[in-house]
Design a protein around this ligand. Sequence first.
Ligand SMILES: [Zn+2]
Length: 478
Amino acid sequence: MIVLYVFAGVLAVLLLLVGIAVLRTLCTPKKSSPWTPSSDAARERTYAELLAKMVQYETVSHKGQIQREKFLGFHRVLEELFPLVHRNLEKNEIDGSLLFHWKGKSGERPVVLMGHQDVVPAEGEWQHPPFSGDIEDGKVWGRGSADTKCSVMAFFEAVEELLAEGYVPEQDVYLSASNTEEIGGDGCPKLVRELENRGVKPFLVNDEGGSVVTEPMAGIKGNFAMIGVLEKGQGNLQIAARSGGGHSSYPPKNSPIVRLSKFICELDRHSPMRSRMNRQAEEMFEKMAPYGPFWMRLLFGNLWLFRPLLVALMPSISPQAAALLRTTVAPTMQTGSDGCNVLPQEATVTLNLRFIPHQDMEESVAAVRKIAEKYDLEVRVLDAYPSCEPVDSNSEAFRLIEEVVGEVFPGLPVIPYVMTGGTDARFYQRICPDCIRFSPVVYGPAQMKGMHGLNENLDTNSLPGAVDYYKTLIRKNR
Ligand SMILES: [Zn+2]
């Protein structure tokens, strides 16, 4: 009898809480995001042509190669396109990576505008050849048009235009563009070391990462400035299974590939990674919720009640949602024996991990190791780095970015964003706590598909806003 009373009591409290959440949601008006890029044919054309020339020069980076000569060729393209930048700024070239210094009236609050020169290879059948830089159907086509020659073009052009006006910045400005971002190379670390040697402590670093995203979550209509504030860590593990090899005509139980397969299946079925909604993910959902349908406003707008439910359900709803809440593990490469009738003496599988702060590098690797031991497997850490310290969305630097977005893109909501990919900005973390990841261009579905894929492109009506964004940022950093 008592059990029944307790049960009824708990149920009544739960219903009451849900009732409060429903009432709160009904009383909070739904918001909408009205901003869309306006068109300015003349400026679009000018900027599209600049970007097209940058796309036409192929800058694919390859692991283990410095390719300085190739990038020096790209620098000559930049010199032609942005003559005032090259005449007035101090240029530093380190093994093909670039650092420009524009001296301001003060060196107290330097700002670093950054992107990368290199692009990933372009395979497959493209609608427009990948290095054509074709301007057609309101888009610039080609590898690098969206990732991320667009932002490099925009900040070079912003400085070029300000120089043409005779403008002198209040604060020092640095332009930074490595040539090894796509291969995780040491281009950017070299630039950071150079700044460190000069004793420069940036007030703000603005790299790629987030962008103006159309419909960032199914059901959230319109455009949103998704500002990257948290970057996950990353590591590659090679898991090896050994045996004495032998002929495949009398295979033993639990040969290397069998053990590896069991291991992978266990990882896939029962992830050892803990899901949790960290402060940054929470803020992202809370700020996005008011723009969604009722159920989204109810669930994400009342995390005080629904947080445990969402943490439990989200990983099974979508891989993207799971990646926001926990360390991810992706098997990416495999090796076995050299012959189809030979048992391998050693078989391996490579795992790519993306670490979340609440279960960072060491703890995540240990969790994988524990399962590997069950199957008598060896774990080798090929390379790994932990997650970055998150940017505080109340910091002065973040608020400046919010102000700039408000001025250049009126009505565009600003949402702090948890990134699942990596950027060069992580190298700057050492000398700057506010490394903000945001490219001021619109990434709609067509751009998302093209990034590192086929038919990469960027809408030309994105470009004037991007140039204005960097000009406004330089002007407002006083
Ligand atoms: Zn990129």
